[in-house]
Design a protein. Sequence first.
Length: 414
Amino acid sequence: MSQSIRRGDLEALDRADPLRAFRDRFRLPEGVIYLDGNSLGAMPRATPERMREVVEVEWGHDLIGSWNTRGWVDLQQRIGAKIGRLIGARAGETIVADSTSINLFKALAASLELRSDRRIIVSEPANFPTDLYVAEGLMRHLGRGHTLRLAEPDDIEDAITDDVAVVMLTHVNYRTGRMYDMRRITERAHARGAIMLWDLAHSAGAMPIDLAGADVDLAVGCGYKYFNGGPGAPAFLFVAQRHQPHITPVLSGWFGHASPFAFEQSYRPAEGIDRLTVGAPPILSLTALEVGVDLMLEAPLDLVRAKSVRQGEIFDALMGQEVGRDAFTLVSPSAPAMRGSQLCYAHPQAWPIKQALIDRGVIGDFRAPDILRLGFTPLYLGYAEIWDAVAILKAIVVERAWDTPEYHARSLVT
């Protein structure tokens, strides 16, 4: 964007925004500009009432009968099917269960079994730490000589050689916002005989995804970011139909049994993706997640993606126009098509700056060691709010308002 941006220009974009009505579907504090929905999505207005219904009626009155009469027993499959529509999966390929980390453990273990004659897992050193930790722990547990080959993003394709068992990558990097070409990397993995495992934590719900079209093997993702399912919301797991009959889960729990209420002594896997469930589903958290997923199903993801790209372009242009390019270093890709729904800037005082922003009503987050991360969630973030956020950031930098003892003090959650 070469010409100067004015706040009035952004107000006009808000008035013309086809997604504008979704803002009223969320509960947000007055006077807060929320740039952290890529870490924890805002609460849909419909969530508290739906939760009250489940707590007071389905649990409080109907008690254990709700497993059958209220559909609790099928809730993981039902929500999984809905998420499947949002990530381009075929019917029966997606289920909601457990956390992203546990699902990654299950998916990676299944992938290694599918390629039991190979011993190399390819990933990147800047992948989200839990993905690497899970791989390390699984390799130790298996004790079969597996190794983790870490390559920089530009070198990933060269790292996928004929001896690789699994390529395990996050579609959008949590710390930089860099986005991989899913179809291209998957094709490369398959050309070398490897399984492709994607972590969709920072892309599912933020943009159109076509897992079936890209011929992806397995994928995982969370429910508390762009699906607005609440803190610690259950995650989802995708397994392509062609692999499901060949997977015997490493976590073989009773809900993944072919007849869970027959209480047989030995495990027999359920048909299809149901075998990858483990224990009894957490009904209260699943209920909150379903509200957020249902809302997302109403939003055209192509419009969501187009708006987030435009918001990112505007924010970065305003950073140059109002704050100056010398103050912060953009670590996200400069090309909008190569990044997810976030912008990440390096600054030696990123932590206290983030704290000062929060005190002034702009909520973003920090990633060690020096990243100020700002997320764009188009269903409830307006264009004019971007102007206001940058104006507040400018004042903090100019006035050195961040340089106080209370802002330098670190909290456990960053």
